[in-house]
Design a protein around this ligand. Structure first.
Ligand code: TXA
Ligand code: MG
Length: 299
């Protein structure tokens, strides 16, 4: 609906109205975890099924500890190393303080501390905030305020500029040491911090709504190709606009969702050329989002 100040956002949050706030990853649609009516509104606005749990955002480890059953040594080490930052940790929840609505009746809660002074200010004022990405369910996440204005017209947004990371946080099940969603904090970053092996199990999680393949999809179908000849053969004269991933994963992640949005509905297909280097570990988060955004993948 409109761009608002952080003070106006805090007033709306106190009144139980969800607002979109910037984080370093993507913009989140936030509401206080102790206001279940406001949490319900998040699901309604996003058209998100209730069986897809929300991430709870906290300022620091102390606040996180109040919402979980017990902080393990690994949990503490990862918070100290990566928070505030793009790492979400899943562990057993404090059943009294974290309602089943937030966790889709599960016994665990996903927590992270975002690296955004505006977001942290809002948590300071109203307490822990649940916030999924501020997009319609299954659509491309917003990395700029204008993306929300275009796709969620009824929602007020605090404009924090373009998100620095650009894709959603890495999610780790910290009790099983399994990656549930890859991101720009890599498996090696986590393994080196803990001195332990980390499994990548995100591909097995297709029963969790957020892990479904047809996520992050623009309206125009995305096709990934390695050989130009095969692409031409597939297109049979139909039009396409090329999205170049470049050579730097950080720069690529930062602009990925803006590029997908800008190129949407400009041609019959959005084409992405795949290079072998994109299979390296530091591209894994980007590869995951492109796999989910794409309708065709031709090796
Ligand atoms: O970077 C991010 O993580 C952004 C910003 C706003 O913080 N948030 C975000 O939230 O991406 P969302 O709701 O769009 O994606 C969160 C994912 C969903 O796929 C959900 O299923 C999963 O996290 N999730 C949440 N709680 C979980 C839990 N307790 N166990 C396993 N997965 C969980
Ligand atoms: Mg999302």
């Amino acid at each position: 609906m409109s761009i608002i100040s952080i003070h106006q956002a805090i007033d709306l949050l106190k009144k139980g109205e969800p607002v979109a706030l910037p984080t370093e990853t993507v913009y989140g649609l936030a509401a206080p975890i102790n206001n279940l009516k406001a949490i319900e509104k998040i699901f309604e606005i996003k058209k998100r099924p209730l069986n897809d749990p929300l991430i709870v955002h906290v300022t620091n480890l102390d606040m996180a500890e109040t919402l979980i059953s017990k902080a393990s040594i690994d949990f503490e080490k990862l918070c100290k190393k990566f928070w505030p930052g793009p790492l979400t940790l899943v562990t057993e929840k404090n059943k009294t303080l974290v309602d089943d609505l937030l966790t889709s009746n599960g016994s665990t809660v996903a927590l992270r501390s975002p690296k955004s002074n505006l977001f942290l200010k809002a948590i300071d004022a109203v307490g822990p905030l649940a916030a999924p990405s501020a997009n319609l369910f299954k659509k491309v996440s917003p990395s700029k305020a204008e993306h929300i204005i275009a796709s969620l017209p009824g929602v007020c947004v605090v404009d924090g500029g373009a998100c620095e990371v650009g894709i959603e946080s890495t999610i780790l099940d910290v009790d099983r040491l399994k990656i549930l969603r890859p991101g720009m904090i890599t498996i090696s970053d986590i393994a080196n911090t803990l001195g332990k092996t980390i499994l990548n199990q995100e591909t097995e999680l297709s029963n969790i709504p957020g892990a479904e393949k047809d996520h992050y999809q623009p309206t125009t179908k995305v096709i990934v190709y390695s050989s130009k000849d095969k692409l031409e053969e597939f297109l049979k004269g139909r039009s396409h606009t090329g999205l170049d991933l470049g050579k730097d994963p950080r720069a690529c992640a930062k602009s990925l969702y803006s590029n997908l949005r800008e190129q949407d509905q400009k041609a019959d297909f959005i084409s992405i050329k795949w290079s072998p280097e994109y299979n390296l570990e530091n591209w894994l988060g980007i590869k995951n989002r492109i796999e989910k955004a794409s309708s065709y993948w031709m090796d």
